[in-house]
Design a protein around this ligand. Sequence first.
Ligand code: ATP
Ligand code: MG
Length: 252
Amino acid sequence: MPFLEVQHLTKDFGGLRANSDIAFTVEQGELVGLIGPNGAGKTTLFNCISGLHPVTSGQIIFDGEDITKLKAHEVARRGLARTFQVYSAAGDLTVKENIMVGCFMRTRSRSRAKARASEILKDLNIDDLSDYLVTELPVSAQKRVTMATAIGSDPKFLLLDEVAAGLNPNEIEGIMASIKHVHDDMGITVMLIEHVMELVMKISHRVIVLDYGEKIAEGDPEAISKDPRVIKAYLGERYVREHGVRSADSTE
Ligand SMILES: Nc1ncnc2c1ncn2[C@@H]1O[C@H](COP(=O)(O)OP(=O)(O)OP(=O)(O)O)[C@@H](O)[C@H]1O
Ligand SMILES: [Mg+2]
């Protein structure tokens, strides 16, 4: 049985169909990329899976359980965590306190949450940021904090929404190492939305492509980067020519 199974998922906002009859599965231990042009419905799909938006129709099965109708905190409690594309940290919380918010999903003890947050800070190599207010930090560091906070809830499955957007090549290397660490060493299954092609094509086992709310392709990065339909909808001739030297698109 797949770890995550999405069946016939459709999401309408009034007259707009943001997700149209989407189906895919993710196996435990996989690292799956989700790409597509701006407005293709990627974040909406994460919002539906993580219980933030009710689906219009379709089913979401996670770890053997139908989670379609669960609320966001119920989904998170089952071990499916996510980060947000637009990060809204509480202004008066430090990095460590932010991560503790994630940890409170699993414990009521302040000292235990604090200890776990310290471990995560070390583990993600950001313990030097511990006492800064999140809002004081550059965007690259904020992205790492959003990942760290999600990890605080001790997930089995992590949805990452554009954690590399707006970062320079060095910072992209850094966040890529963090994602690999989370996946390879912490054993967390990962699905990531990303416009930075050199990241998503490098680390994904499999890539799913959305366009106008529909899944138009799915396959290994090599096959996806050569798929004429994906090139036309998203990657563009330029990416193919430069083969991943630049991102295909950016929201920045
Ligand atoms: N809460 C909402 N209410 C109404 N329309 C929405 C809502 N959220 C998203 N949409 C619309 O749904 C479509 C898909 O948006 P979504 O944010 O999922 O795209 P995306 O693939 O994540 O794009 P990007 O790469 O720019 O982040 C867009 O047309 C968007 O305007
Ligand atoms: Mg988005």
